[in-house]
Design a binder for this molecule. Structure first.
Ligand code: G3P
Length: 218
């Protein structure tokens, strides 16, 4: 399972990429708005210069024609841009046209197996089921990931399951067990994943034993 960072924050992306474990970035209009950038294009191009992995960039239009125009522009901003489009009837139409033009699409705001099947059939490269938002309404987000991953595998769909709306490290573990191909994480969750109290106390003990030994390094 690969890891993407779910953020539009340049410092977070720099620091995640430096760790060497990040294969790409996903953004959405809310994450972009949080950064207060005056130009969407400039922000996306900065992100695409930091990571050579795929960077998902969402369209901010709802009608098929407008979506399509915007998607083509966004795809021209950098070679590693993947256009993010919601799973709606208009979004599916746009995705099938874009995929026939060789433009890669991440179909987002997916909340059901049926939406995921349609996204795969429309030619999406990634399908993003939102785990946390389903959990928030008392549904089981991870059961959806397992269902979609099993069905994509059974029918050999090319679309990759990208578990999104991840809230904590347990979600990452569960997504891996459920067969997600990728997971996209807030930076905070990436940092939480690095931590274990036994790692910290282990380092402290090794170093204090070493210091008290009086040995030299070489
Ligand atoms: O990028 C889409 C998704 O990960 C958003 O997550 O936490 O706003 O539900 P969240």
């Amino acid at each position: 399972m690969k890891i993407f960072l779910d953020t539009a924050n340049i410092d977070e992306i720099r620091s995640g990429v430096k760790m060497g474990v990040i294969s790409g970035v996903t953004t959405n209009p809310s994450l972009v708005a949080k950064e207060g950038a005056s130009s969407y294009q400039e922000l996306v191009q900065n992100i695409c210069n930091i990571t050579h992995g795929d960077v998902s960039v969402e369209v901010i239009e709802e009608k098929q024609e407008a979506m399509l125009n915007q998607a083509r522009q966004v795809a021209g901003w950098a070679p590693n841009v993947v256009v993010k489009i919601p799973v709606t009837a208009a979004g599916l139409e746009a995705t099938s046209i874009l995929s026939s033009e060789g433009i890669r699409v991440n179909m987002t705001l997916c909340f059901s197996v049926n939406q995921a099947i349609l996204a795969a059939l429309a030619g999406a490269t990634y399908v993003s089921p939102f785990v946390g938002r389903l959990d928030d309404i008392g549904d089981d987000g991870m059961a959806l990931i397992a269902d979609i991953a099993g069905i994509f595998d059974k029918y050999k769909y090319h679309a990759r399951v990208l578990a999104a709306s991840i809230r904590h490290p347990q979600h990452v573990l569960q997504a891996a067990r459920a067969g997600a191909h990728l997971v996209t994480l807030p930076y905070k969750v990436l940092v939480q994943m690095t931590k274990h109290p036994l790692t910290d106390s282990g380092i402290e003990r090794f170093l204090s034993d070493w210091r008290s030994s009086g040995s030299v390094f070489s």
